[in-house]
Design a protein around this ligand. Structure first.
Ligand code: DX5
Ligand code: ZN
Length: 220
């Protein structure tokens, strides 16, 4: 199964509920919510109150990407606010094994994110505690950046390390139509896209286009 996850970082924040309804109408599988603390990354975005607000506007799973330095402090509050999956950065979690366990205790799905320069080996002893791996294809902190081509080789490496573990593999950052098929053919199962979707004239149609392109990799 291929999932398309619109990232609302590129949506109109003054009309988030409507923007989400548009991509939901296009068949989006989940909503990617970028939480930035201005410390781990040079930007400040969404906190619990906004997650609570969008929780009331959609039944789609909320996939929270926590780009924060002290994730442990906020896990419970983000799950309470409505987060279905919490993804933390391996670079910001010294006690990753415990953090993943805590996310599960709270009843949410747990994800591990890797910055572009972080080797997949960092996942080695944490994979059994995770439901998904998020491979960053840009340096986190902004939408609308250029996709990093080295992501293709990294994806194959990550996929090999998973073995037969049923983890989802997400790719996040600069994903456009032309990246969908090569990403899926190298093992990606979830494609996060922000500017490609919310920058399009018709975001619902763009969700469908990205899925159609991704599915051509499976039809091979
Ligand atoms: C970047 C975020 C991404 C970003 C994706 O730090 O984690 O989710 O919003 O947006 P695009 O697809 O525009 O790069
Ligand atoms: Zn993200």
């Amino acid at each position: 199964m291929i999932k398309i996850a619109p990232s609302i970082l590129s949506a109109d924040y003054a009309a988030l509920g409507d923007e989400i309804a548009r991509v939901e109408a296009g068949g989006a599988d989940q909503i990617h919510v970028d939480v930035m603390d201005g410390h781990f990354v040079p930007n400040i975005t969404i906190g619990m109150p906004v997650v609570e607000a969008i929780r009331k506007r959609t039944r789609l799973p909320l996939d929270l990407h926590l780009m924060v330095t002290d994730a442990d402090r906020y896990l419970e509050a983000f799950v309470r606010a409505g987060g279905d999956a919490l993804t933390v950065h391996v670079e910001a979690c010294p006690h990753l094994h415990r953090t993943l366990g805590r996310i599960h205790e709270l009843g949410a799905r747990a994800g591990i994110a890797l910055n572009p320069a972080t080797p997949p080996a960092a996942l080695e002893y944490a994979l059994d505690g995770a439901d998904l791996v998020l491979v960053m294809s840009v340096n986190p902190g902004l939408g609308g950046q250029e996709f990093i081509p080295a992501t293709y080789a990294k994806l194959i490496d990550v996929r090999n390390r998973l073995g037969d573990r049923p983890l989802e593999v997400s790719v996040d950052g600069g994903v456009k139509l032309e990246h969908c098929r090569p990403l899926v053919s190298r093992g990606a199962t979830t494609l996060v896209a922000g500017s490609a979707i919310f920058g399009a004239a018709d975001p619902a149609a763009e969700v469908r286009r990205l899925r159609a392109a991704a599915l051509t990799a499976i039809a091979i």
